[in-house]
Design a binder for this molecule. Structure first.
Ligand SMILES: Cc1cc2nc3c(=O)[nH]c(=O)nc-3n(C[C@H](O)[C@H](O)[C@H](O)COP(=O)(O)OP(=O)(O)OC[C@H]3O[C@@H](n4cnc5c(N)ncnc54)[C@H](O)[C@@H]3O)c2cc1C
Length: 459
């Protein structure tokens, strides 16, 4: 490898209380919470919109509720509230979300079905950030960190207007990839334990016909009903066991890494069809990632052909949306002060310093939180080890793969974002230099004030 020395240069510096890198699923809520709590807040996002995988790859948002239907007699409880639920209400009013609907079949996986229209989501998320007074830096990449004495002083960014330093008091890494933590010297692993994906929207394809086709072939696996194009009680989520239709179809979907579940809010539109690919290397490897981008677009074309041939009336289906880049289930796993285990999740463990409650597990029904209950995520779980003023949120925490299958889900990332943004704002306001020194009761009360639900306090 040949090296060059980059000359030092003088760059513009801007100052904030709270700086969040990554305006995706978790980062949006961190920024709104920080700004609402009175912090001068910057959100740095590399793409031209916010929302991340919630607006690109997440099929249904899992989950605001406990698994009440799977455990007869258990009370139905909305266990994530606060800003995430506020956004869902706003989206639903604008026909950008289905609201909460009972899952009819396969409710032991998620008893609630919530689908979003990704384009409305991108707009509403940005609208809420602007209303909160966040300085949203779109098309801006965080490329480096200025660190001294175990504290991040600033983030170096690149945008079309050049290189800048975004200085702050408290930082939140919400990049999914863990870019800020890695640049700041945090310890991390790269397990490469998931397939990467690109999801596509498919137009010219009828979800009712797909539902009937699966049902008539004895392949219907799950479905839910809700509002669709202004009419209630319509199919909004459906999936089937394609190998039950023919062995060949089962084989083909496996080869393509095609998840056949889809959600929608519109007639004649499959909002999400996911193609998956297991990369030979970690997604932080640039060239391997470029190969994967190509491979997934190739798979999308093949999957479209398969849908056209298989589903009645879909002969003229077309790809109407793809994610602009690959979506990952994880890249770097950042070492934090506490690492929640799958046993703690399954045993519905709550903690003295918890920041939100959660009840969904993506391996359900194999793994379910005991008795349809919830567990708590402790404040320590988002404090990055050896850095005084950095939180890591979203898919980057939790090293145990099985436990990660719970904490990484969209609604968990949203709740984590609200908690981190609130804590960051409190630290900045109170002049606390090490986030570990923030009084838990002050944080707890601020979260309760902002409508965060602590499930253990509502037996
Ligand atoms: C294919 C797929 C399907 C899924 N399906 C579901 C589902 O159906 N339901 C569910 O609940 N969960 C689902 N998940 C899981 C869930 O969507 C994710 O784990 C969660 O959204 C991750 O949120 P995040 O905030 O950690 O990351 P992201 O939402 O990815 O946000 C990271 C943001 O940071 C930005 N960024 C990255 N690097 C930089 C940088 N250096 N500078 C500036 N910005 C940067 C990115 O552009 C992005 O906007 C799915 C995940 C995948 C990949």
């Amino acid at each position: 490898m040949e090296y060059v020395i980059r000359p030092e240069s003088k760059i513009t510096a801007r100052h904030y209380d709270v700086v969040i890198c990554g305006g995706g699923t978790g980062g949006v809520f961190a920024a709104i919470a920080a700004a609402r709590a009175g912090a001068k807040t910057a959100l740095i996002e590399s793409k031209g919109y916010v929302g991340g995988i919630a607006a690109e790859g997440g099929c249904g948002l899992h989950s605001f509720f406990n698994l009440w239907k799977a455990f007869p007699g258990v009370e139905k409880r909305m266990v994530v509230r606060g800003i995430p639920e506020e956004m869902i209400q706003r989206l639903t009013q604008q026909r950008g979300a289905s609201g909460h609907n009972d899952t009819v079949l396969r409710y032991e996986y998620d008893s609630d079905t919530l689908c979003v229209d990704v384009e409305v989501y991108k707009f509403v998320a940005l609208e809420m950030l602007r209303e909160a007074g966040v300085h949203v830096m779109l098309n801006t990449m965080a490329v480096d960190a200025l660190v001294s004495g175990g504290r991040i002083q600033g983030v170096i960014t690149e945008s079309h207007q050049g290189c800048e330093a975004v200085m702050g008091k408290v930082f939140i890494d919400a990049t999914g990839f863990g870019d800020l933590s890695a640049r700041a010297g945090a310890s991390y692993t790269e397990p490469n334990d998931y397939a990467v994906a690109n999801s596509m929207g498919v137009g010219g394809i009828d979800i009712d016909k797909y539902y009937s086709f699966l049902r008539d072939n004895g392949a219907l696996k799950e479905y839910a009903r809700g509002p669709r194009d202004g009419r209630s009680n319509q199919i909004i989520r459906v999936d089937g066991d394609w190998e039950n239709i023919t062995e060949e179809l089962g084989q083909k979907t496996r080869e393509l890494g095609m998840h056949t579940v889809t959600t929608t809010l519109h007639d004649n539109y499959f909002m999400f069809i996911k193609l998956n690919y297991m990369m030979p290397k970690t997604p932080t490897d640039r060239d391997a990632l470029a190969d994967a981008e190509f491979e997934l677009r190739r798979r999308q074309r093949e999957a479209l052909e398969l849908l056209r041939k298989t589903i009645p009336g879909a002969e003229n289906a077309f790809i109407s949306r793809t994610a602009p880049t690959i979506t990952i289930r994880r890249a770097r796993c950042i070492e934090c002060e506490y690492d929640i285990s799958n046993e703690e999740i399954l045993n519905a463990t709550h903690f003295d310093d918890e920041i939100y409650s959660y009840g969904f597990h993506d391996y359900a029904p194999r793994f379910q939180v005991k008795n349809g209950g919830t567990y708590g995520v402790p404040y320590r779980a988002i404090q990055v080890k050896n850095l005084e003023n950095l939180f890591a949120i979203g898919m980057m925490i939790t090293s145990d793969h099985n436990a990660h299958m719970s904490t990484r889900n969209t609604v968990s990332c949203m709740a984590m974002g609200q908690a981190a943004g609130t804590a960051a704002a409190l630290c900045a306001k109170q002049g606390i230099s090490n986030v570990r020194d923030l009084s838990y009761s002050v944080l707890h009360d601020a979260l309760v004030f902002a409508n965060v639900w602590f499930d253990k306090e509502h037996p």
